[in-house]
Design a protein around this ligand. Structure first.
Ligand code: FAD
Length: 469
């Protein structure tokens, strides 16, 4: 491993070690390198990308779970631009979510959640007025609740003490409105049903996504495997920025050796650094934090986790004519066509993304097959005569932190009490639920904190994503 060199009057280039090569760590490393800091990025696994990655299954390239982002995710969009991947994960021109309801006596019925080019909140007005999955009275009450939500002050700490479900009920939302609208969006973005979600995080998502800018909720997703973005292109960007990336290298301890001097232990080697970013999950961060770095480190262990399950089905023919849809009256949540991204040459490959999957995360594949294949046939008539060429499941038991009421007070910021030691990760205090957006934001905040600790100027151009929408 290289160490700082000093020659004559030239100041040594400060060295920062970033631990963890998920989106938070990659972002920190890029932001610091762009600011002129020498960076070593250490990742325990053989690839970058953390929780958003791809793997091979025969001829297919499979994502561990379908990932989407919204136009309002300005930090993640900055990241995509920075790794030159934006064209590979484009946004819809305009929000358009097909919603198939199976629970109708007359059979399956399609509704759409779309937006117009009108100002907020009128941009959703026409779509809501025509939304067939809610009664007229429910539609009117949804509009009133949306306005009340818009009026909430996101900086009010009391919001995090309440659950979203109770708030919705208090604002006249029926069980049907919760199912057909609030949870439809909320479960996928928060990874929890309304009754399990902090009002602060739910309000953040709905205010930012649906009630800020007309285009804020337009959906984007990778048309290539996630690994092409978060591993291959990220690696390329890190290399060109001069970051030394070391894979398959797990950090076992981090200790302070002097005033702003850190020692990072990996098997067989010790790295010296002026600053360290711990961009690892909260439990790992707790294990690596030196004593005294946080006032209440045990709080990190109180942050719960929530699972996401993906069911993957390869058919011998095309059964779905749209890029994605979501379902009501069925256990199926969101279904994406991954044919092209996976490299499948014949037939169609669908990924069924199941958030807040506590009840089925440990279900055997055979049980999930019996549950989901008939449901897909009910939703997609062409699937009835199709042959299933492959069926498999990916399970992420700790996909996100649990966005439960009270979680806000458990999430630490980027700075710790130990000078030069910073935290990053979707679970840190970004105000966002556990998303790619939160991870990138946290990575930028940690880089910002490191620059502060090293006494280096904050480069204006690196941190302008908030205005980039
Ligand atoms: C199935 C699934 C679906 C999702 N869907 C969406 C979605 O649609 N939209 C969205 O925005 N978000 C989604 N998310 C959430 C999103 O993937 C995460 O919030 C984000 O990727 C977290 O990034 P991170 O860098 O904070 O953490 P991580 O990705 O957890 O990265 C931490 C890294 O640290 C490494 N590490 C840990 N310990 C050590 C150590 N001691 N030494 C070295 N390295 C170490 C790990 O190997 C890992 O690579 C989804 C997540 C999953 C799992």
């Amino acid at each position: 491993m290289t160490h700082d060199t000093q020659s004559g009057a030239v100041a040594p280039r400060r060295h920062t070690v970033v631990v963890g090569g998920g989106l938070a760590g990659v972002t920190s490393a890029l932001a610091l390198a762009d600011a002129g800091v020498r960076v070593t990025l250490l990742e325990g696994r053989p690839r970058l990308g953390g929780l958003a990655f791809s793997f091979r299954r025969g001829d297919l390239t499979v994502d561990n779970g379908q990932h989407v982002y919204l136009r309002c995710c300005t930090a993640y969009r900055w990241f995509l631009d920075r790794i030159e991947g934006a064209a590979l994960a484009p946004l819809q021109d305009r929000l358009d979510v097909p919603v198939l309801d199976l629970a109708r006596p007359e059979g399956r019925r399609l509704g759409r959640l779309r937006r117009d080019a009108l100002p907020v909140p009128l941009h959703l007005g026409r779509s809501l007025a025509a939304y067939p999955h809610l009664s007229l009275a429910d539609r009117a009450r949804v509009g009133r609740a949306a306005l009340a939500l818009k009026g909430l002050d996101l900086t009010d700490p009391a919001l995090d003490t309440q659950d979203f479900g109770t708030w919705l009920a208090a604002h006249g939302q029926s069980a049907r409105a919760v199912e057909a609208l609030w949870d439809l969006v909320g479960v996928a973005t928060l990874n929890a049903v309304a009754s399990d979600a902090s009002l602060a995080l739910a309000a953040m998502v709905f205010k930012t996504g649906l009630l800020s800018d007309p285009g804020a909720a337009d959906i984007g997703w990778a048309r290539v495997p996630l690994g092409d973005l978060h591993d291959r292109l990220a690696r390329k960007a890190l290399d060109s920025a001069g970051v030394r990336t070391v894979l398959r290298t797990r950090v076992t301890s981090v200790s302070r050796t002097g005033e702003r001097q850190w020692s990072v232990q990996v098997p067989g080697e010790t790295l010296q650094a002026d600053a360290v970013v711990l961009a690892v999950p909260q439990r790992e961060a707790h294990g690596l934090l030196p004593a005294g770095a946080l006032d209440a480190p045990e709080r990190l262990l109180e942050i719960g986790t929530a699972p996401i399950l993906n069911v993957h089905v390869v058919y011998d023919r095309k059964v779905l004519g749209r890029p994605f849809f979501t379902a009501l009256g069925s256990p199926v949540q969101w279904v994406f066509d991954r044919t092209e991204a996976s490299g499948l040459r014949e037939g169609q490959y669908l990924a069924v993304s199941q958030s807040a999957a506590q009840d089925e995360i440990d279900a055997p594949v055979a049980v999930l097959r019996e549950r989901y294949l008939p449901e897909l046939e009910r939703l997609l008539p062409p699937a009835r005569g199709a042959e299933v060429k492959d069926f498999f499941v990916t399970r992420e038991r700790t996909a996100t932190f649990a966005p439960a009421p009270g979680v806000g007070r458990l999430r630490p910021g980027a700075r710790t009490k130990a000078p030069g030691l910073c935290l990053a990760g979707a679970w840190t205090a970004t105000g966002w639920p556990a998303t790619m957006e939160s991870a990138v934001r946290s990575g930028v905040s940690a880089a910002d904190a490191v620059l502060g600790a090293l006494g280096r100027p904050r480069p204006r151009h690196l941190f302008d994503f908030e205005e980039a929408a």
